[in-house]
Each structure stands twice: as structure tokens, then as C-alpha cells.
Design a protein around this ligand. Structure first.
Ligand code: FAD
Length: 404
């Protein structure tokens, strides 16, 4: 009989346990200091965005700022369709939303959690509610040291996510940990003029990002999306993606990240002629009302204030210089991000170095019998179900390897 200890009962650890237990000879333990699968509950705003409906494994891997190449091999073994099939079999029917995000039909992460817990019980996987403090190498495997006693296991899986003890255990066992950084996070900006707009969202904004005058390469699909003004900066899906691509840029108050946002979807000269025409047609209207045809009125008022233009001035009286200032702000609104919002990140970039992991088995290349899955690895995806897909896929591979 093989004994395997899985440290971390999040989505990755649980997926691994379910597949490792397919071999009835295996005795599987999941250790968690918190309630198993509670990290699943807030996902997708409580709806659990469990995958993304891209079925080609290479195209799916493009949505991961870190881990793309490694995931080719992982996703070629367990990809989106496998995730959907797996959940169907466990009693979770899914549907694909217009934006290709996959959810359970009940829109409830609690239902996903309960279905997985049922599998754990059905397969006699033992849950150990304990804080893992350390791992020691033993003659026949490992000894897991917890606040509730020590557990000898032959195989060890680390699936403690982006913030757990897993990184220090991996380091102690000889692994390199790439620098950990917040990703998918809101940004704090210098421009306090937008503070009163906190809570306002804008759709289909196109962004360009610069650091020290160099343009940051952000894939086309990731540079268009919705934004949300916050009390101290800017957030929303587009900003989350930008934060992920800029996780290692090293911006700060001295060297901020320059975000150039196109609010109207047209280039400067193209929009200028459209706007000029609009001003002429509405010459008797307040300029505020004309600008409000393109963006929400509160934002229009802030932009006019930023340009030093009186909101009450008639459209027909606007000077060419002031018109150009407005056009510049609507086509290239510039904000300076000085840091990420503290502790609000959705995932951690960085983790166990992928060079030291066999993508076909998820086993350590340095320590036989040691496996990793989920966010503890140096893999992070964009918003859209990609981070959970990483957990299902790497968890499945680690589990299957242990099962045979
Ligand atoms: C608000 C929010 C919403 C999200 N929404 C989505 C979404 O809709 N779709 C998506 O794809 N991704 C989403 N994510 C990301 C996704 O939830 C994570 O990537 C995923 O949970 C990582 O799973 P994991 O199993 O690797 O680690 P985790 O889920 O972090 O689980 C790790 C487990 O290890 C345990 N642990 C840690 N240290 C110890 C220790 N010393 N002893 C014992 N146990 C320990 C923890 O208690 C935890 O249960 C969201 C994240 C957040 C924060």
C-alpha cells in the first residue's frame, strides 16, 4: 500500500487526491489548516468560473503570463473539455457564458465544492485538519510535521497555493522559488482627481502601457476590456491583466507605470473630426453635454476640470486648443500607477521553478516522490477561469501519476 500526503486542500490538492485515490491500494491524506475547498467559495464572485471555453491546448496556454510553454504538455493531457467532462461526471453541469467563461449551471461555487467533497468521501480520502509546520525527508519518503502530530508518507504533494507554507518547504527540499509578486490586482494611481468617480466602470477601453518611456508588450487580447475607478486608483478586468503583465516591471512612485487609455475607441485625428462636427451641430449646448455623449457625465466633468475648461462654456465657443485638449484626454487619458493595491491580488505570480518539475508527471526532478500542483508553481493565468484550469490540470496529472 502506498501512502500519499497532500498538503493543501484547495482545488489543486483536492483534484490530485481524487485521481490519486483511483488506485484502491493508495491511502490518501489531505492536510489543511482551514476548511477544505473554502478557497473555492469566493471564485467568480461566488459563481465559480471554473474554466474558459478555449479547447485548443496551445491557444489556452497563451492566457498565462507565466507558465505558457510548461502548460503545453500539461494541457495536452488534461484540457478544457476534460474539465467539463470531469465536472459533468461528478454531478456539476456547466454552461459557457457569452465571453467564453465556464460556470456551473447553478452559478454556485458552493455546489462545486460540495460535489468535490462528495468525491473525497466516496473515495475514502482522509482529511486532516492540521497546520503543517515542516516536512522532513525520511528513509521511505517524508515525515509531515503538523501541530497535531507527525505523519509518515511515501509520496508528498505540495498544493498550498500562492501564499501557503509550500514555498518554504519546497526551498528546504532543494527547490528554487522564483520571486513572488502580486498579480491580477488593482493599481494605485497618482491622479487623485478621479477619486470622486470611485465605483464608476467603463466598458471596452483600449490600453497602452509604458515604463520609463518603453512600451510594455501586452498581447492584443489582453489590452482591451473594462475598467473601474476606485477610491485610490483603478481596477477592473483590463487593469488586472495589465497588473499581471507588469508584475515584474518594478514600478513605484519614482518610476510609475504610465497607462494610456483610449475611452472612445478612435484614434486622435479620427475622433477630432467627429468631435468637431458634434460641437458644430450642438453649438448652443454646454460643452459638458457634448462630451457626455461619449463618456459618463461625471467623468466628462472631471476631464473638463483637468483641462481647465469651464463646464458651462457653449460648444460653439470652444477654442481649437481646448478642443484638442479634450480630444487628447478622450483618446489618450494618462494615469500613473505607483503600486498594486495591498493584499487584494487574486493570484500570486512566481513560485516553484518549472525547470525543476516534470510536466508529464508533476514530480520534482530533484526529489523523487515529491509532487507539486496548482498555484504554488510558477504559473499564473489571466482572469477567466485560467487559474482554476491550472489547478484541475496539474492536480489531475499529479494524482494520476501517484495512482499508477
Ligand atoms: C477572490 C478570488 C476570486 C477568484 N476567482 C477565480 C475564478 O473565478 N476562476 C479562476 O480560475 N480562478 C479564480 N481565482 C484564483 C483561484 O482561486 C486560485 O488560483 C486557486 O484557488 C489556487 O488553488 P490551489 O489549490 O493551488 O491553492 P489554494 O486554493 O490557495 O489552496 C491552498 C490550501 O492550502 C492550505 N494551506 C496553506 N498553508 C498550509 C499549511 N501550513 N498547513 C495546512 N494547510 C495549508 C490553505 O488553507 C488552502 O486551503 C480567484 C481568487 C480569488 C482570491
Amino acid at each position: 500500500m502506498n501512502t500519499a500526503g497532500i498538503i493543501g486542500g484547495g482545488p489543486a490538492g483536492v483534484m490530485c487526491a481524487i485521481f490519486a485515490a483511483q488506485n484502491p491500494e493508495n491511502k490518501i491524506f489531505i492536510f489543511d489548516k482551514n476548511i477544505i475547498l473554502n478557497t473555492l467559495l469566493p471564485t467568480g464572485g461566488g459563481r465559480c468560473n471554473l474554466a474558459y471555453a478555449e479547447f485548443n491546448f496551445k491557444d489556452l496556454a497563451k492566457f498565462y503570463p507565466r507558465g505558457e510553454k510548461f502548460l503545453y504538455s500539461v494541457f495536452s493531457r488534461f484540457c478544457t473539455q476534460d474539465t467539463i467532462d470531469f465536472f459533468n461526471k461528478t454531478g456539476v453541469k456547466t454552461y459557457v457564458q457569452e465571453d467564453l467563461r465556464v460556470f456551473p449551471v447553478t452559478d454556485s461555487s458552493k455546489d462545486v465544492k460540495n460535489a468535490l467533497l462528495k468525491q473525497i468521501d466516496k473515495k475514502n480520502i482522509k482529511k486532516v485538519f492540521a497546520n503543517v509546520l515542516d516536512v522532513k525527508k525520511a528513509a521511505d519518503g517524508f515525515e509531515i510535521v503538523t501541530d497535531k502530530g507527525n505523519y509518515p508518507v511515501q509520496k508528498l504533494v505540495i498544493s498550498t497555493g500562492g501564499k501557503g507554507i509550500g514555498h518554504s518547504i519546497a526551498k528546504k527540499l532543494g527547490h528554487n522559488i522564483t520571486e513572488l509578486k502580486p498579480a491580477l490586482s488593482a493599481l494605485i494611481t497618482n491622479e487623485k482627481i478621479f477619486t470622486p468617480l470611485s465605483g464608476m466602470s467603463l466598458k471596452n477601453i483600449k490600453a497602452q502601457v509604458f515604463f520609463k518611456n518603453n512600451k510594455i508588450k501586452i498581447p492584443e487580447h489582453a489590452s482591451l476590456g473594462d475598467i473601474l475607478f476606485t477610491h485610490n486608483g483603478i481596477s477592473g478586468p483590463l487593469i488586472y491583466r495589465i497588473s499581471s503583465y507588469c508584475a515584474y516591471v518594478g514600478f513605484d512612485a519614482q518610476n510609475p507605470l504610465k497607462l494610456v487609455l483610449n475611452l472612445v475607441g478612435q484614434q486622435n485625428s479620427e475622433f477630432d473630426s467627429i468631435f468637431l462636427e458634434q460641437l458644430k451641430r450642438n453649438a448652443q449646448k454646454d460643452v459638458l453635454n457634448v462630451v457626455s455623449c461619449y463618456i459618463p457625465k461625471n467623468l466628462a466633468a472631471v476631464i473638463l476640470k483637468k483641462c481647465g475648461i469651464d463646464c458651462g462654456i457653449k460648444a460653439g465657443q470652444l477654442s481649437k486648443k481646448d478642443r484638442e485638449k479634450i480630444v487628447q484626454n478622450l483618446t489618450s487619458l494618462t494615469l500613473h500607477a505607483v503600486e498594486t493595491a495591498h493584499g487584494e491580488e487574486i493570484v500570486t505570480a512566481g513560485g516553484v521553478d518549472l525547470k525543476e518539475i516534470d510536466s508529464k508527471t508533476m514530480e520534482s526532478k530533484l526529489v523523487p516522490g515529491l509532487y507539486f500542483c496548482g498555484e504554488v508553481l510558477d504559473i499564473d493565468g489571466l482572469t477567466g477561469g485560467f487559474n482554476l484550469q491550472n489547478c484541475w490540470s496539474t492536480g489531475y496529472i499529479a494524482g494520476r501519476t501517484i495512482a499508477v
